[in-house]
Design a protein around this ligand. Structure first.
Ligand SMILES: [Zn+2]
Length: 156
C-alpha cells in the first residue's frame, strides 16, 4: 500500500452499521435460495433483476436522471424513477447527486465519493459502509441535483 492509499483509507469515516446490517441480512437470506428453488421464482428473479438493474438504475437513474441523455413523458420518467428506487440503491436525488459529483471529480480521489483510485472494493461497495457526510447531504443535493429537487414527485 502506497503512502497516498494510506492517506485515503476509507476507514477514517464512521462505519454505517445500518448499512452493514442491511447487506448482511439480505445476503444471508439469499443463501437460503436453494431450499426454496422453483423455476417460476428463477424467472421472476431474472425479470426483476433486469427491471430494477437495467431499467431502473442503468436507464433511469443513470442515463435519464443523471445525464439527461434522452427525454420521455413525465409520467414515464416518474415510473422509471420509481423502478430505480425499488433497486434499493437509495433515492433518485441521493443517487443522481452522488453520480454527478463522481463525474465532476473522477480524477480527484478526495472529491470523488466512489473513487476507483481507492481500490475496487471502495468503488464497488465500501463507500456505502463508510459514508462521507461531506458528499451526501442536502447542500450537495442542491448543488448537484437541483433539477430533481424541483420535482415534487421525486423530492417528496
Ligand atoms: Zn455516468
Amino acid at each position: 500500500m502506497t503512502a497516498k492509499q494510506l492517506q485515503t483509507t476509507p476507514t477514517r469515516y464512521p462505519l454505517d452499521w445500518a448499512a452493514v446490517c442491511f447487506f448482511t441480512i439480505v445476503h444471508a437470506l439469499a443463501l437460503l435460495a436453494p431450499w426454496f428453488f422453483s423455476w417460476s421464482a428463477l424467472v421472476t428473479t431474472l425479470f426483476l433483476h433486469w427491471l430494477f438493474g437495467s431499467i431502473g438504475i442503468c436507464l433511469g437513474y443513470h442515463r435519464l436522471l443523471s445525464h439527461r441523455s434522452f427525454q420521455v413523458p413525465k409520467w414515464l420518467e416518474y415510473a422509471i424513477a420509481l423502478i430505480g428506487a425499488l433497486a434499493l440503491q437509495g433515492g433518485p436525488i441521493f443517487w443522481v447527486a452522488g453520480h454527478r459529483l463522481h463525474h465532476a471529480h473522477t480524477e480527484d480521489v478526495e472529491q470523488d465519493p466512489y473513487s476507483a483510485k481507492r481500490g475496487f472494493w471502495w468503488s464497488h461497495m465500501l463507500w456505502i459502509f463508510y459514508p462521507n457526510s461531506e458528499f451526501f447531504n442536502y447542500e450537495q443535493y442542491q448543488r448537484f441535483a437541483p433539477d430533481l429537487l424541483a420535482i415534487a414527485f421525486i423530492a417528496g
